[in-house]
Design a protein around this ligand. Structure first.
Ligand code: SAM
Ligand code: DTB
Ligand code: SF4
Length: 332
């Protein structure tokens, strides 16, 4: 545990490292809560002076029927969840939704496809038009659509894509319990392709899937050892959806989310830590603690991909009560 002597200066608490061990990260994750919060808040304020909380809006462009067998996901064809499989949304519809998100105050627009990987053809051409259109609205554009090739990553970069979301989801040790149809290595290679094309990385994971504290520390270690750190790190709490193998898991203790956020903040001082799925179950007080622990983004809008998110009015009230600065529609 970092002991603060009278001589320890606050700036010494901020380190940019890519050689963390899981044991070191676990020590942070399990610190006495008040000390953990104190340290995370100091790192955040010093690493990100004048920070603003970013509002990211999410839209499912292609919903359901995915070939992967992710145990948490209602969109997997291996699971029997009842998701509405609308036809893939058209470019015009997506851009109308992006404009509405901007008008509601979002400055990042994230689009999801329930795909194992991106395939060539009209759907990919439409994705490129959506990215271009979202950027022309003055919003950051993020896509999450599974694995991709180097060429597809370059074309997305040329279309102006700001970020590609591809999560590691859990630790390498626990991964086999959750997904069998693609490997951890596949995921790491996708992340490298995105980086090589010059697109920023949005990469995080999920807690509450029955993993141990060691697994959480291990996931955070892999994330922090990516060099550079992912620009955004979404931390999701499992939304246990009926019809998935994880449907009966109970909600995490909200403080566990606070600990994940604080640890991510400490070991990845400048990354945007996004409070992602599961906010409905967290409650107001824990969300405010997460903001204090260094979360500087939320998904904003009444739905995530297929599940509910807190209502916009509720979030506005929460952010105002927390007294954080928000970057209302300021992306360029
Ligand atoms: N198919 C693409 C992929 O897997 O990369 C993109 C969409 S996928 C739904 C994006 C991420 O959402 C997953 O990697 C996972 O971390 C998160 N997610 C999906 N279902 C979730 C659930 N029920 N609870 C929490 N997070 C979830
Ligand atoms: C991320 O890490 N969480 C978001 C976004 N990236 C794509 C998705 C959460 C999905 C939650 C379940 C659903 O709504 O289907
Ligand atoms: Fe498919 Fe993504 Fe869901 Fe896995 S998380 S089943 S890859 S949509």
């Amino acid at each position: 545990m970092t002991r603060l002597s009278k001589k320890t200066s606050i700036s010494e608490l901020i380190v940019f490292r890519h050689d963390w061990t899981s044991a070191e990260v676990r020590l942070i994750l399990e610190k006495p809560l008040i000390e953990l919060l104190w340290q995370a808040q100091h790192v955040h304020r010093i690493a990100n002076p004048g920070y603003k909380v970013q509002l990211a809006s999410l839209l499912s462009v292609k919903t359901g029927g995915c070939e992967e067998d992710c145990a948490y996901c209602p969109q997997s064809m291996h699971n029997s969840s009842d998701v509405n499989m609308y036809p893939e949304l058209e470019v015009k519809t997506v851009l109308q939704r992006a404009k509405a998100a901007k008008d509601a105050g979002a400055d990042r627009f994230c689009m999801g496809w329930a795909w194992r990987e991106i395939r060539e053809g009209k759907d990919f051409e439409a994705m490129l038009l959506m990215v271009k259109g979202v950027r022309e609205l003055g919003l950051e554009a993020c896509v999450t659509a599974g694995m991709l090739t180097d060429k597809q990553a370059c074309r997305l970069a040329e279309a102006g894509l700001t970020a590609y979301n591809h999560n590691l989801d859990t630790s390498p040790e626990n991964y086999g319990q959750i997904i069998s149809t693609r490997t951890y290595q596949d995921r790491l290679e996708t992340l490298q392709r995105v980086r090589a094309a010059g697109i920023t990385l949005c990469c995080g994971g999920i807690i509450g899937m029955g993993e141990s504290i060691a697994d959480r520390a291990s996931l955070l270690t892999v994330l922090a050892n990516l060099d550079p750190h992912p620009e955004s790190v979404p931390i999701n709490a499992l939304v246990a959806v009926e019809g998935t193998p994880l449907e009966d898991l109970s909600c995490i203790d909200p403080i566990e989310m606070v600990r994940m956020v604080a640890t991510a903040r400490i070991i990845m001082p400048k990354s945007r830590v996004r409070l992602s799925a599961g906010r409905e179950q967290l409650g107001r007080a824990a969300q405010i603690l997460c903001l204090q622990a260094g979360a500087d983004s939320i998904f904003y809008g009444d739905t995530l991909l297929t599940t509910a998110n807190p209502a916009v009015a509720e979030d506005r009230e929460l952010l105002s009560e927390a007294g954080v600065q928000v970057s209302w529609g300021q992306a360029q």
